[in-house]
Design a protein around this ligand. Structure first.
Ligand SMILES: CC(C)(COP(=O)(O)OP(=O)(O)OC[C@H]1O[C@@H](n2cnc3c(N)ncnc32)[C@H](O)[C@@H]1OP(=O)(O)O)[C@@H](O)C(=O)NCCC(=O)NCCS
Length: 154
């Protein structure tokens, strides 16, 4: 079951986000930076997104929160797609992405070049690198690339 994130289930969404974010960033961020992303930090982060009118959804599998996804309503960026590590590879990420896609006309995503697992995931599901990419002006070591969606009705 996929429902909207609100004040009532914000903590559950933040827990899923924290667990998945920590696991997926552990090899590219310092231990100190990872540590900083505790439950309170993630809760505030998601709450700020809600204040900015992002819509965020949470997936419950047998009443257990397993993943989240967000949409920025101003430009239809699909973001915050995070499935808890123990629940990855079970199809929840695909369902969350399909749900978000069904609500967008012209969506895009951004992914770090280092996140090869997520890139494979998106390429297999109809995303292609956008022609226009942000300038890597400050020569960041880790570049965040934009991908656009080719089809509707996945
Ligand atoms: C990317 C992500 C959202 C995908 O969610 P998911 O629930 O694992 O996705 P699904 O189960 O629907 O599909 C995962 C794919 O990986 C494969 N897979 C197999 N075992 C897996 C595992 N242990 N973990 C992840 N994927 C696995 C699946 O078979 C499937 O392959 P396919 O593309 O050939 O169909 C999830 O891996 C995740 O949360 N990653 C960390 C956060 C992240 O990088 N988010 C994207 C930020 S831009």
């Amino acid at each position: 079951m996929i429902v909207s994130v609100n004040k009532e289930n914000l903590s559950e969404a933040a827990k899923v986000y924290m667990d998945s974010w920590k696991e997926s960033h552990k090899d590219i961020c310092s231990a100190e930076f990872i540590e900083k992303h505790d439950l309170e930090y993630m809760k505030n982060y998601l709450n700020d997104k809600l204040k900015d009118l992002y819509v965020i959804y949470i997936y419950y599998a047998d009443e257990i929160p397993v993943g989240i996804v967000g949409i920025n309503p101003t430009d239809e960026e699909i973001c915050l797609l995070y499935v808890s590590p123990e629940n990855q590879g079970k199809g929840y990420g695909t369902k969350l992405l399909s749900h978000a896609l069904s609500l967008c006309k012209n969506p895009y995503i951004t992914v770090l070049d280092t996140n090869t697992k997520a890139i494979d995931f998106y390429l297999k599901r109809g995303f292609v690198p956008a022609e226009e990419q942000a300038e890597n002006s400050n020569k960041k070591k880790i570049f965040e690339r934009k991908y656009v969606y080719l089809y509707k009705n996945m």
